[in-house]
Ligand binder design. Structure first.
Ligand code: ADP
Length: 852
């Protein structure tokens, strides 16, 4: 006989709700706890490191269960979401005290990685995006929203590569897509764009174009926004009134860099540590507000292409840079401004407490002095450089009128509203104050009546007011008015009719005043709602001011200069330019500044020089100057003239994409392919040691062909570093190519790097010197010197000597063959036995053996 398992009504309610949220942990509210059951309990107990129990211990199949207290649930929710899960929060919809039978329950919100707003889960200076996309007629529409700030952006492209790149650049915490798109793209997306992927089938739809202030939206744009917001509604279960107007942009309106280039250039994270330290952002970011920090990151990701817009930014930076005292003052006021964007969102969602409103008040109080500084700054200017910030005097007054100076966190326990602003509240407060007076009087009266000098009136949350005397005295007390209430170790607590009456008056005054304060507070919060769009505009202006003041500070501290923006593509002039991050790390005095001249007629540089001499540093610093200029900052140089670059492609350093499972060379060729196909004459290409990943001759052959292709087809500004000296003769037939090299000199057989960029080709590659510096065994160094000498004697291939063309490979190979045996004999002769360790000897033997 099988026993049918009958669920309790509550468990039935649970099961029903859980069935609606299969992909989330269901936090089921039971009194003061959120409980999890079954699979959820098993998994959550592990992740959260909490005790697993069971619900009906004695049953045959007890239900696994674990729980977290509701007042500390936020931490647990955050932990689960950060571990890549969703949490559905189910609340009691009725007051259990007033309800007979089952309390109604429902999910009030689903917390997901892209919609979490819990404090601690957000990084102040980072955006927190939820993204989605839609494909229609081969156009990719990408929409993303930061629910913590209300920013929403929309772009489209026909280029799949560009779409993937943009999606990756925004670093969405969560990307939501329809089941149909998931079928087609999920695998590919997961390989290329790290994010948390949610699959969601939209069921509702509403008009977005008016609500999100997007005029003339195409059907596809409406669709993608609709979808995004129907997902948001499905998890947040609220309206998103705080969402800002849609910011629609074209990817091609900004300087484009693909993910690979950004990471190679270490714009926001260092390659070696994957941390912010050591990156350009790390160097730049001294912003004072969270909004400013986020804006700086966005600017760095999207440098401008508009000369007019950039000159405006430069003008502001110049003014702020030169006005030292005003800038310091401004920075002080900015430091006092809280995260207005996120505060506004909290207010709109009804999550803001009195501290949040206090932060808004304090922030608003900084606007007038900031405007005064801006006025002084441009006092002598004919046309104003800065617009003044919008002031919110009335709103400030309204808040300041009601809110006490340092309000508490809780909005239900009073002490939020000032005295003298509401008559009813004042009356309750009088009762409370008088109540305390009455209690003191009662205590005095009872002491006299009983003759007990230590008798006292006290209060505790559970038992209310009481009269306390020692147990000894209580035993002797003979007063019928005294009713025993609680017995402690040494004391007895009593209550009298009179005290009961007093308690009722005081507690009801307390309760009433608390609820009135709550009401007044929520009304105040409500009254702020109409100001939200204007406050968001203020937040933008503050953020921009913060970033520009930041640029001014860094430009002054690090002696940067304002670049002249020229219209001609391929026209670069940098005098005494530096790599800002390396300079910061090794110190200004240790860094050797370098010049750069690129001309529209000679737009390619072939850079030769020993390894470790500073070739890639030089190339990076050119890219940094371009980027800094195009975000509106000054550049690390004495003088700078720069064109506006539309795209930057790099192939720098030897770090390969091991994680993708492709060989260095393959990645190199793929990157090169992207670069030469997408670059325009306005682009900047930086190729470091291209072709190194394959055999000498095909590497060299490819390198030459690529240079040729860029020279004639792409015509992009290019710096090409190489250790193939053979390539330096290319200048003879390519007038657009110029040789430069990093200087090195030899001292006592050791190489000394000068880090100085000079005209012309390098005289030799110093490879063996570098190997020597790296501490390779002496015998090995000696052997390589011999091999080199003989190779050079047989086949002089170095520039300045009889240059061979690339395709003299056979000649070189046979030369190498004939020297083979002689080489070994030479090697044996060269051994200095007194200086050779047994290990060196063994290695040498091994090398000889393998050569034979
Ligand atoms: P390469 O690309 O030629 O192998 P790098 O550009 O990686 O060399 O530079 C190697 C190291 O040399 C850098 O880490 C830096 O410390 C130092 N360096 C490079 N350029 C300079 C410079 N202009 N002044 C001082 N030190 C430099």
């Amino acid at each position: 006989m099988t026993k049918s398992v009958k669920q309790t009504p509550m468990m039935e309610q649970y099961m029903q709700l859980k069935a609606q949220y299969p992909d989330a942990f269901l936090f089921f509210r039971l009194g003061d706890f959120y409980e999890l059951f079954n699979e959820d309990a098993l998994k959550a107990a592990k992740i959260l490191e909490i005790t697993l129990t069971s619900r009906n211990k004695n049953a045959e199949n007890p239900t696994p269960m674990c729980g977290v207290p509701h007042h500390s649930a936020n931490d647990y929710i955050r932990k689960l979401v950060e571990a890549g899960h969703k949490v559905a929060i189910c609340e009691q919809l009725d007051d259990p005290k007033l309800t007979k039978g089952m309390v109604r329950r429902d999910v009030v919100r689903v917390v997901t990685p892209g919609t979490i707003m819990e404090e601690g889960a957000l990084t102040g200076k980072e955006n927190h995006y939820l993204a989605t996309f839609y494909i229609s007629d081969d156009v990719y529409y990408l929409a993303y929203v930061d629910v913590t700030t209300g920013e929403i952006r929309l772009t489209s492209t026909t280029d799949e590569e560009l779409f993937f790149n943009e999606l990756r650049a925004i670093q969405a915490r969560e990307t939501v897509l329809t089941p149909a798109l998931a079928d087609r793209y999920l695998t590919k997306l997961k390989e290329r764009v790290p994010s948390y992927y949610s699959i969601f089938e939209a069921s509702d739809s509403s008009e977005v174009t008016t609500r999100f202030q997007l005029t003339v939206a195409s059907a596809a744009e409406v669709k993608v926004l609709d979808y995004l917001f129907s997902y948001l509604r499905s998890v947040q279960k609220t309206e998103n009134d705080y969402v800002q107007p849609v910011d629609r942009y074209e990817i091609s309106d900004f300087l484009q860099m693909n993910h690979y280039t950004k990471s190679q250039l270490e714009l926001t994270t260092s390659l070696r540590t994957n941390r912010k330290k050591g990156s350009l952002l790390w160097l730049l970011d001294q912003t004072k507000t969270a909004m400013g920090g986020r804006m700086l990151q966005r600017w760095l990701d999207k440098p401008l292409l508009s000369k007019k817009a950039l000159e405006k930014r430069h003008q502001k930076v110049a003014l702020l840079k030169q006005a030292f005292f005003e800038r310091i003052e401004l920075l002080n006021y900015l430091t006092n401004i809280y995260d207005l964007e996120r505060l506004v969102t909290k207010i709109s969602l009804g999550h803001a407490n009195a501290r949040d409103i206090d932060q808004l008040r304090y922030s608003l109080s900084q606007i007038t002095p900031i405007n005064q500084v801006l006025e002084t700054l441009q006092a002598q200017k004919e046309t104003p450089t800065f617009e003044s910030l919008p002031q919110f005097d009335d709103l400030y007054e309204q808040i300041d009128h009601l809110l006490v100076d340092e309000p508490p966190l809780s909005i239900t326990e009073g002490n939020i509203i000032r005295s003298g602003v509401n008559d009813t509240l004042d009356r309750y407060r009088d009762a409370l104050t008088n109540g305390h007076q009455w209690l003191a009087e009662l205590q005095q009266k009872e002491r006299e009546k009983t003759g007990l000098k230590t008798l006292k009136v006290g209060y505790n949350k559970v038992f209310g007011y009481y009269i306390e005397i020692s147990r000894l005295q209580a035993a002797q007390l003979n007063d019928s008015r005294y009713e025993r209430k609680q017995t402690l170790a040494n004391n007895e607590r009593f209550i009298t009719e009179e005290l009961k009456e007093l308690e009722r008056t005081i507690l009801s005054a307390q309760e009433k005043s608390e609820s009135l304060e709550y009401e007044l507070f929520t009304q105040l919060r409500q009254d702020i709602l109409p100001f939200i769009p204007a406050l968001q505009t203020l937040a933008h202006q503050v953020a921009a001011l913060d970033v520009l003041a930041n640029f001014a500070t860094i430009s002054e501290q690090e002696a940067y200069t304002q670049a002249i923006i020229c219209n001609q593509a391929g026209d670069f002039e940098l005098t005494q330019s530096r790599h800002p991050v390396v300079e910061r790390l090794i110190g200004t005095t240790n860094f050797v500044a370098n010049d750069l001249t690129i001309h529209p007629d000679q737009f390619m540089l072939l850079l030769t020089g020993p390894n470790m001499s500073g070739k890639s540093t030089y190339m990076r610093q050119v890219a940094y100057c371009v980027i800094l200029n195009q975000i509106g900052c000054f550049v690390p140089a004495k003088f700078a003239r720069l064109p506006l670059v539309d795209k930057i492609f790099t192939r720098i350093g030897s770090s390969d994409d091991i994680s993708s499972g492709q060989s260095t060379f393959m990645v190199e060729m793929m990157e090169t392919n992207t670069a030469i196909r997408q670059a325009t004459p306005r682009s900047l290409l930086l190729f470091d040691e291209l072709g190194r990943g394959t055999a000498t001759y095909d590497g060299m052959a490819l390198a030459e062909a690529i240079i040729d292709y860029i020279a004639h087809e792409v015509k992009a500004t290019t710096i090409f570093s190489t250790h193939y000296h053979e390539l330096t003769t290319l200048v003879e037939r390519l007038p657009m190519l110029k040789n430069i090299h990093v200087g090195a000199s030899e001292k006592d057989g050791k190489v000394v790097f000068l880090h100085k960029i000079l005209d012309g080709p390098a005289d030799k590659s110093y490879g063996i010197h570098v190997a020597d510096l790296a501490g390779l065994p002496k015998s090995l160094i000696i052997q390589s010197q011999h091999v080199l000498q003989q190779l050079e004697e047989q086949a002089p291939i170095r520039q300045g000597e009889q240059a061979i063309t690339l395709f003299d490979a056979e000649q070189l190979e046979s030369a190498a063959q004939t020297t083979h045996h002689g080489k070994i004999i030479e090697q044996l002769r060269a051994i200095d036995l007194n200086q050779t360790t047994p290990i060196d000897a063994l290695q040498l033997l091994m090398s000889i053996q393998s050569q034979l």
